[in-house]
Design a protein around this ligand. Structure first.
Ligand SMILES: CC(C)(COP(=O)(O)OP(=O)(O)OC[C@H]1O[C@@H](n2cnc3c(N)ncnc32)[C@H](O)[C@@H]1OP(=O)(O)O)[C@@H](O)C(=O)NCCC(=O)NCCS
Length: 171
């Protein structure tokens, strides 16, 4: 059984970039997500301060979460992707720590809406709900439960519309 630990979180610095690439390359089956992060960093969808690392007490990078600009219809929103943790550290809370820190940073910036395409067993714990129940959809076919959305501020209910991802996602 894995033990949940307390992880530190902070925004990425330039020195973190190679390790972030390596974590994503290790966490996923192909280099696609690692390359995607690098492409997003050079794209207009990149928002300084929303690329978040989870580290141990010694500063070793363990987990990663990224929010970039997307739109729901015409409304600006954020896309959570990718989220990655070194395989040997998975299920120890590092992914959750990075996600929670990213969402908090976004909220502090005055952002309202976040969408994620991912595992429906994982993301509801952060408040995400099925996007289709809000009238939010995609231009591509995905399992209905895989697209989820979250409002960071209950005064701002989720808009409905089609999610337009940043160009590097190719969606
Ligand atoms: C998915 C991932 C980011 C989760 O981060 P983590 O630090 O390992 O997970 P946490 O410790 O925060 O949370 C553990 C929970 O996540 C669940 N979980 C872990 N990986 C999961 C996955 N691929 N799909 C669904 N749930 C997953 C565990 O079952 C556990 O659930 P429980 O709390 O109900 O027991 C990480 O496991 C990872 O990098 N996986 C490979 C890459 C990937 O699939 N990224 C996400 C793409 S949507």
């Amino acid at each position: 059984m894995s033990i949940r630990r307390q992880w530190l979180t902070r925004a990425e610095t330039n020195a973190d970039i190679p390790t972030i690439h390596a974590i994503n390359a290790a966490a996923f089956d192909t280099p696609m997500e690692a390359d995607l992060v690098d492409a997003l960093r050079a794209d207009s969808s990149w928002i300084e301060g929303l690329s978040i690392v989870a580290t141990d007490e010694d500063g070793k990078l363990i987990g990663y979460a990224l929010l970039t600009r997307c739109h729901i219809g015409e409304t600006p929103a954020l896309c959570l992707a990718p989220v990655a943790v070194w395989p040997e550290y998975q299920n120890t809370g590092a992914g959750s720590a990075a996600i929670r820190a990213a969402l908090k940073a976004a909220e502090d910036m005055g952002e309202h809406f976040v969408v994620v395409l991912g595992h429906p067993a994982y993301y509801p714990r952060f408040g995400f709900t099925r996007a289709s129940t809000h009238g939010i959809g995609l231009t591509i076919d995905v399992p209905d439960e895989a697209l989820m959305a979250l409002t960071l501020d209950t005064d701002h209910p989720l808009p409905s519309g089609t999610v337009r991802y940043a160009a590097p996602f190719g969606i």
